[in-house]
Design a protein around this ligand. Structure first.
Ligand code: HXC
Length: 257
C-alpha cells in the first residue's frame, strides 16, 4: 500500500512507518492523519505483524501540526469539525508502537511521539510544546501526556516557555526510555520492536493495556484490573506453552491462542 505522506515497510513481524514530508519537516496535516490512521488500522489487523515503529527524518520527527493548514481557521471551524479529535483513533492501536525520534519533535510532533507506547530518542532529539509562542496551546494531548510523563514542574516549564528539551534532559525526566546514537536509531528501534513481536501476542496486548490503565484508574482499580488480566492469561494456550518452554529450557512456540 502506498501513501502520500508516509512510507510503510514490513521488516519481518515489525511494521516500520516513516513520516515523509521532509519539505515541511514532517508537519502533521490532515493527509498525514488519514494516512497514519489507515496504516495503523491495517497493522493492527495483520496477524503477521507484532509491533510497529513510527519514525521521521534525521532533521525532524515532526515539527508540529501543520501551521499553514490551521492558521486561517476560526473557532467555528475548529469546534465544528472537532479538529484533532481524529488523533484519538491513533491512540486506539492495540499492538505496541515505538516512537523513534531524531531531531525536532515539537508541538503535535511531541504529542504524536507521546501517543506511542514509548519513545526511543536519538542523541539529536529535541522535544518541545512551543504552541504558546503561536498564541495557542497544545491540542493533541500534549499538556496532559507531558504532565503525566515528566510531572507538573517540567510540563509547566515546557508549555509556558515553549523551550526545547534535548535528549539527555528528556531521558532524565522520563519522557524517553533511552537514547541511542542517531545513526543507529531506526535499527535499534526495529530490533526492540522485533523483541516485542517475538513475545506471545495476547500477553503483549495485555501488558500494553495494563500499563495504559495506570494512567486512567486509581491504584486499587489498576491493581485489581491487573490481577484479573493476569488470571485471564492462564486461559491461553500460550501461557501453557510459555511455562512449559521455560521448564524444558527452550524458546516458546506461540500460537496467539
Ligand atoms: C507547517 C512547517 C512547520 C509546521 C516547519 N515547517 N514547521 N510548516 N507547520 N509546524 C516548514 C517551514 O515553514 C519551512 O517551509 C520548512 O518546514 C523548513 O522549516 P524552517 O523553519 O525553514 O527550518 P529551520 O529554520 O531549520 O527551523 C526548524 C524549526 C522551525 C525550529 C523546527 O521550523 C519551527 O519552529 N517550526 C514550527 C515549530 C512549531 O511551532 N510547532 C508547533 C506547531 S503547533 P518553507 O516552505 O518556508 O520552506 C502544534 C500544536 C497543535 O503542533 C495544537 C494547537 C493548535
Amino acid at each position: 500500500m502506498s501513501y502520500e505522506t508516509i512510507l510503510v515497510e514490513q521488516r519481518g513481524a515489525v511494521t516500520l512507518v516513516t513520516l515523509n514530508r521532509p519539505q515541511a519537516l514532517n508537519a502533521l496535516n490532515s493527509a498525514v492523519l488519514a494516512d497514519l490512521l489507515d496504516a495503523f488500522a491495517k497493522f493492527d489487523a495483520d496477524a503477521s505483524q507484532g509491533c510497529a515503529v513510527l519514525t521521521g527524518g534525521e532533521k525532524a520527527f515532526a515539527a508540529g501540526a501543520d501551521i499553514k493548514e490551521m492558521s486561517s481557521q476560526g473557532f467555528a471551524d475548529m469546534y465544528g469539525s472537532n479538529f484533532f479529535a481524529g488523533w484519538e483513533g491513533f491512540t486506539r492501536t492495540r499492538k505496541p508502537v515505538i516512537a523513534a525520534v531524531a531531531g525536532f519533535a515539537l508541538g503535535g510532533g511531541c504529542e504524536l511521539a507521546m501517543m506511542c507506547d514509548f519513545i526511543l530518542a536519538a542523541d539529536t532529539a529535541k522535544f518541545g510544546q512551543p504552541e504558546v509562542k503561536l498564541a495557542v496551546a497544545p491540542g493533541m494531548g500534549g499538556s496532559q501526556r507531558l504532565a503525566r510523563a515528566v510531572g507538573k514542574a517540567k510540563a509547566m516549564d515546557m508549555c509556558l516557555t515553549g523551550r526545547m528539551m534535548g535528549a539527555e534532559e528528556a531521558e532524565r525526566a522520563g519522557l524517553v526510555s533511552r537514547i541511542v546514537p542517531a545513526a543507529d536509531l531506526v535499527e535499534e528501534a526495529v530490533k526492540t520492536a522485533a523483541t516485542i513481536a517475538g513475545m506471545a501476542p495476547l500477553s503483549v496486548l495485555a501488558n500494553k493495556e495494563l500499563v495504559n490503565a495506570a494512567f486512567e484508574t486509581t491504584l486499587a482499580q489498576g491493581v485489581q484490573f491487573e490481577r484479573r488480566l493476569f488470571h485471564g492469561l492462564f486461559g491461553t494456550a500460550d501461557q501453557k506453552e510459555g511455562m512449559a518452554a521455560f521448564v524444558e529450557k527452550r524458546p516458546g512456540n506461540w500460537t496467539g491462542k
